[in-house]
Design a protein around this ligand. Structure first.
Ligand SMILES: NC(=O)c1ccc[n+]([C@@H]2O[C@H](COP(=O)([O-])OP(=O)(O)OC[C@H]3O[C@@H](n4cnc5c(N)ncnc54)[C@H](OP(=O)(O)O)[C@@H]3O)[C@@H](O)[C@H]2O)c1
Length: 284
């Protein structure tokens, strides 16, 4: 048995999740039922729908033979046919768009990507809610997704979310109380890392390394360090001390960064983003 999935709002995040599911490697027959046979994408205007079609054409055929119907201005028709809905609208549009289609929602499973929308807030539309916080690297299969489920989600539905969403990159299940922190750490995280990348790049430029080479070096340092932490399983502090020769260059640089409050700036910045995410949730 297989089913139709709707992606309601197929912009930056909707397209990232769409391409991850569409291009997922061929699955075994035991888990075939977790994959949709058809995905309907819903947008507001033709241009956005055409962009989805272009993206799919570039991806070629789906290994799991998923077909795509890219639509605009016709949410209700899509919802009526669908067993599962991925909600990827901007948070401020969720209420009005969902109210319009509420008459066509029975007990469809809603997988929401919308920041600030709690399981309780979305339960007005369906009892079956899974909340996902992911990020833009998902488009390249290097995303991270933190997932929380409503109490009405049964084992098979959890497996479905895990199977589909894990293709964005890393899949982590946490209680909903951690979602504001996940919004800041995972959702906003790429912007914070890009700030650090920019800082490293511009340090090279300031000292005379050309832009292209500064960017290549800074990028490899970030990528290589992340891989080293992952592959070694060693705590970052220990790896940091391995770079610090007594009286050497690294400890001198770290001292200045500590003086400037780089680490506490990162911690407080992520915390502030989480506070804003919590405020978004309270407005619902
Ligand atoms: N971007 C991020 O880094 C990020 C990270 C984590 C979570 N999120 C969450 O992901 C969600 C989507 O964000 P986004 O950045 O992907 O936004 P986006 O690029 O603006 O995508 C939203 C899509 O919704 C469509 N839409 C607007 N009105 C609609 C309607 N009435 N019916 C159907 N579709 C409609 C838009 O289509 P048109 O262009 O046709 O209007 C657009 O393609 C948000 O809730 C956000 O909190 C985003």
């Amino acid at each position: 048995m297989t089913y139709t999935l709707t992606i309601l709002g197929c912009g930056v995040m909707g397209s990232a999740v769409l391409s991850a599911i569409y291009s997922a490697p061929k699955c075994t027959s035991e888990i075939k039922s977790l994959y949709p046979s058809k995905i309907i994408t819903c947008n507001n205007d033709k241009e956005a729908a055409d962009q989805v079609t272009d993206m799919i054409n570039k991806l070629g055929e789906s290994p799991n033979c998923i077909t795509i119907d890219s639509t605009y201005g016709n949410n209700s028709a899509a919802i009526k046919q669908s067993k599962v809905i991925i909600l990827a609208l901007k948070p401020y549009l969720v209420e009005s768009v969902m109210n319009d289609i509420k008459p066509f929602i029975g007990e469809q499973h809603i997988i929401s990507l919308a920041a600030g929308w709690t399981i309780d807030g979305l339960s007005y539309y369906s009892p079956k809610i899974s909340r996902v916080m992911t990020n833009t690297p998902a488009k390249y299969g290097y995303g991270c997704a933190v997932v929380a489920h409503s109490e009405h989600i049964v084992e098979n539905e959890k497996n479905l979310v895990c199977e589909l969403i894990s293709h964005v990159g890393k899949y982590v299940e946490l209680p909903e109380k951690n979602m504001d922190a996940a919004t800041a750490l995972v959702g906003s995280g790429p912007a914070f890392v890009l700030l650090m990348l920019e800082g490293l790049m511009e340090s090279g430029i300031k000292m005379g390394i050309p832009l292209k080479e500064s960017k290549e070096c800074a990028l490899k340092v970030l990528e290589g360090t992340a891989k080293m932490v992952e592959l070694s399983g060693t705590h970052p502090s220990e790896l940091k001390h391995q770079v610090c020769t007594p009286g050497g260059t690294t400890i001198a640089g770290l001292c200045v960064m500590e003086d400037k409050g780089v680490k506490s700036g990162i911690i407080r910045g992520v915390e502030e983003a989480a506070n804003v995410a919590a405020q978004l949730g309270k407005k619902k």
